[in-house]
Design a protein around this ligand. Structure first.
Ligand code: 5GP
Length: 116
């Protein structure tokens, strides 16, 4: 059984977060430490620790994450100029919170993808 993270508490509204969207599959909220004018996290409501733990039954939620990211990009006014979607996995990927999440980042030119 995977250990819950702070994101489960945000999903259940047990701790405050700037939640922008929630449905039965996913939740989206602003990153507490934004690295760009728009920095939103889109997470499945189900605790999936890393992308290594994804199973076929999760495909609906993972697809919903993209649909919601697209909607939020439009809502935030960054769809036309563009943005970046990032998912980090495990230590080498720089993952800090072990509940998978999609970073939706934009609002300025982000430059080339940095793998550093
Ligand atoms: P990772 O490095 O795991 O891909 O990204 C985790 C992200 O979660 C970081 O960008 C970090 O700022 C964000 N984060 C960590 N704790 C909290 C929190 O309690 N609330 C919110 N809104 N974001 C958080």
């Amino acid at each position: 059984m995977a250990e819950e993270t702070i994101f489960s508490k945000i999903i259940r509204k047990e701790i405050p977060a700037d939640v922008l969207y929630q449905d039965e599959l996913v939740t989206a909220f602003r990153d507490i430490n934004p690295r760009a004018p728009v920095h939103i996290l889109v997470v499945p409501n189900k605790l999936i620790p890393t992308t290594n733990d994804v199973v076929a039954d999760d495909e609906l939620a993972l697809g919903r994450m993209i649909t919601v990211a697209k909607k939020l990009a439009a809502d935030e006014g960054i769809a036309e100029d563009g943005y970046r979607i990032i998912m980090n996995c495990n230590q080498h990927g720089g993952q800090e919170v072990y509940h998978i999440h999609m970073h939706l980042v934009g609002g300025r030119a982000l430059g080339p993808m940095v793998i550093g």
